[in-house]
Design a protein around this ligand. Structure first.
Ligand code: SF4
Ligand code: SF4
Length: 160
C-alpha cells in the first residue's frame, strides 16, 4: 500500500520501519500513564535514532513482512472503520475548560473553533486524538470512552 501511495504521489519509495510507541487512541483503548509512556519511548529511542540516521544518509529502510491478517485489516477493515466510526461527533467539552484554545491550535485539520469560549468540532476529523489528549485541563471527553483514563500526548516525555 505504501509503495502504491508513493508511486501515486511520485515519491521515491524508501521502505519503512515500525516503531512501538505509546497508545493514544483513547476513543477505544487504554492509554498509558506518564511513567509507562516514558518507558515505552525510552525503549523506542535507539530505534528511532537509527532510522533517523538512515534517512539522513538517504539509505533504504527495509520492507517488513506483513502478515495476511494485517493485510486484510489494512485493506478492508480499516477503511470501513474510517468511514463508519471516525468523526468528531463523540467529542464534548466539560466545565473544566478554561478557553485556552490549545485544542484549536493543535488540530491538524483545523476542525475546532471556539464558540462562546468553548471548543466546537466540525466534520473534518481524523481521530488523531491531539485535542482530547493534549488539553491541559483534561476538559475534553469522547462519548463514554475516555472518562477517568490518563491522556497521552508526547511533549517533554524524554526529559522526564
Ligand atoms: S485545550 Fe482544553 S481547556 Fe483549552 S480550550 Fe480546549 S478544551 Fe478548553
Ligand atoms: S481528534 Fe485530531 S483531527 Fe479530530 S478534532 Fe481532535 S485534533 Fe482535530
Amino acid at each position: 500500500m505504501l509503495l502504491k501511495l508513493c508511486n501515486k504521489k511520485r515519491f521515491d519509495f524508501m521502505g519503512f520501519s515500525t516503531v512501538i510507541m505509546p497508545e493514544n487512541y483513547i476513543a477505544m483503548f487504554e492509554v498509558p500513564d506518564k511513567v509507562q509512556a516514558s518507558s515505552i519511548i525510552k525503549k523506542a529511542l535507539p530505534q528511532i535514532l537509527a532510522i533517523g540516521e538512515r534517512i539522513k544518509q538517504r539509505q533504504f529502510l527495509h520492507v517488513e513482512k506483513v502478515s495476511i491478517y494485517s493485510r486484510f485489516i489494512s485493506r478492508f477493515i480499516n477503511p470501513l472503520f474510517y468511514i463508519t466510526s471516525v468523526s468528531a461527533k463523540g467529542f464534548y467539552v466539560t466545565n473544566a475548560c478554561v478557553g485556552c484554545k490549545k485544542c484549536v491550535d493543535l488540530c491538524p485539520l483545523n476542525n475546532i473553533k471556539m464558540e462562546g469560549n468553548k471548543p466546537s468540532w466540525s466534520g473534518n476529523c481524523t481521530h488523531c486524538m491531539a485535542c482530547i489528549c493534549a488539553c491541559p485541563k483534561e476538559a475534553i471527553e469522547y462519548k463514554n470512552k475516555s472518562k477517568g483514563k490518563p491522556r497521552y500526548y508526547n511533549t517533554g516525555y524524554l526529559q522526564s
